[in-house]
Write a protein that binds this ligand. Structure first.
Ligand code: 2AM
Length: 193
């Protein structure tokens, strides 16, 4: 994993990676999300996401040739959003995929701007990103029964950067590896280039 602001060469070659851009929690936010996952699991059941996988997707790319990594980095470098705080206080459930998740009753404008500008830049560069309206969420449970939404202690997450993540599927599930990180705040993501 790279440190915030550090510009490391991206892995190249002829490989194809399953990739997505995401907000990646720091240790404090990860612990809080994991506790909320444990609590929601008591209400709704299902399979808890491992703590090391918890994240909020900004843009999903899917299978992408490694040769495109520089183009992805160029899209990320157009981001000039400021750092912001997410208050995740709303459990949600999607029946169609049986996912239990945590979202925000109030989405910060900086988040919406970040997701919009990033997805627009990716689309303009020819990447097939999902054009559907984006519901900010952290998946906590899979194969869950759902139910009444219980009242929830808010998770406060100070978002200072965003990342490009590679998903590797192994027999014990998906593992995520942060490929590169771009800071938010003064100078925006262009500061990492
Ligand atoms: P989820 O949390 O709602 O399952 C890695 O798979 C990440 O990309 C997950 O956060 C997942 O969302 C998201 N993801 C997977 N497939 C996707 C798709 N087709 N469109 C948008 N996001 C997707």
């Amino acid at each position: 994993m790279t440190e915030a602001g550090q510009a490391e060469p991206l892995p190249g070659g002829r490989d194809t990676f399953r990739l997505f851009f995401a907000l990646w929690p720091d240790d404090a936010a990860r612990d809080a999300l994991n506790r909320t996952g444990r609590w929601l699991h008591r209400h709704w059941g299902g399979r808890r996401m491992r703590a090391d996988t918890l994240h909020m997707t900004l843009a999903f790319l899917g299978s992408t040739p490694a040769a495109q990594l520089d183009a992805l980095a160029a899209c990320a470098a157009t981001i000039t959003s400021e750092a912001f705080e997410l208050v995740l206080d709303r459990p949600g459930y999607w029946r169609h995929n049986r996912i239990g998740w945590l979202g925000a009753s109030e989405t910060p404008p900086q988040y919406l701007e970040l997701a919009r500008v990033l997805n627009d830049a990716l689309a303009a560069a020819g990447f097939a990103v999902d054009a559907r309206p984006h519901v900010p969420h952290v998946t906590l449970l899979r194969k869950s029964a759902g139910g009444e939404a219980p009242a929830c202690s808010p998770v406060r997450w100070r978002v200072k950067d965003f990342v490009l993540v590679k998903s590797v599927t192994t027999p014990d599930g998906a593992h995520y590896e942060v490929v590169r990180r771009w800071p938010l705040g003064a100078g925006g993501a262009a500061g990492a280039a």
